[in-house]
Write a protein that binds this ligand. Sequence first.
Ligand SMILES: NC(=O)c1ccc[n+]([C@@H]2O[C@H](COP(=O)([O-])OP(=O)(O)OC[C@H]3O[C@@H](n4cnc5c(N)ncnc54)[C@H](OP(=O)(O)O)[C@@H]3O)[C@@H](O)[C@H]2O)c1
Length: 284
Amino acid sequence: MLGQDLEDHLMARGFRAIGVDKGELDITQASSLEQLQKNAFGSFDWIVNCAAYTAVDQAESEIMPATRLNGVAPGLLAFIAKTMGTKLIHLSTDFVFDGAAEHPYHEESLTHPLSSYGRTKRMGEENVQKENPDAIILRTSWLYGPNGKSFPRTMIEAWLVGKSLKVVNDQTGCPTSTHDLSRVIGDVIAADLPGGVYHATGPEVMTWHSFATLATHEAASRLGVAAPVIEPCLTQDWPTPAPRPKYSVLDNSKLQSAGIAPMRPVVESLQEFINHLALEWNGK
Ligand SMILES: NC(=O)c1ccc[n+]([C@@H]2O[C@H](COP(=O)([O-])OP(=O)(O)OC[C@H]3O[C@@H](n4cnc5c(N)ncnc54)[C@H](OP(=O)(O)O)[C@@H]3O)[C@@H](O)[C@H]2O)c1
């Protein structure tokens, strides 16, 4: 979801960017990483690692593949980037926190992941920092974008096929558009920020229920039809294999103090996202 958008954004901005997928560069395979080290993909100033095991619930039972990809591979990539003299941006997640806080998490707030996904992503952060202190770790949250599966797409598509919707209203976070995050990543590269952890999320705090309501209302307005009423529910009414943080708002002030502009209001990003969906609907 992020990698494709990032490649498009960086190219449009004039960077020479090359996106590689698992078939070309499997970051869990030593032979693949050696290819990277031998400049098989060219020589680079920056590597951005968007690859991850992101099936949060599945990671509860598939601990080894999730650990290899989220926990071990980022450390190897960080080591190789250092030996190549290439800068590294590694993507991480709000799921490294337990969600017990009542105020936004800062970069140095205590991590305490609740899920296997969160634990493997935290392991990846630690390995990246150990192997390459100059690497940049960007923690983001609640990503959505035109490529691949995302929460607002699922909500809008379920509503369009006539399903009634019930969504949890007691988990709070910040939706983040892949377009906006790509812009931030481009800015981080252009500014050549020093290594460390930075929080990079959309600017608005909401629950999944309010996000679903906003997304379907924007889609309804785009289509000129009545918006659905979405039933709120509690996490306990919607059990999932992996526990989610109740509150995972990330404070972005470190990034902004470094001169990186905040992301757009969620309505603007959602409208752009829905315009992409509309192109898909029209193409069907
Ligand atoms: N999605 C969210 O809500 C969210 C929230 C917070 C943070 N993040 C983080 O943001 C980053 C981007 O997430 P995303 O949602 O864009 O993820 P995504 O859509 O699941 O994409 C992950 C990509 O990694 C690729 N991949 C899998 N195994 C690989 C391997 N061994 N080597 C190389 N590539 C491999 C996948 O390819 P295949 O599809 O071919 O397997 C897929 O293209 C991740 O670090 C994620 O943890 C995501």
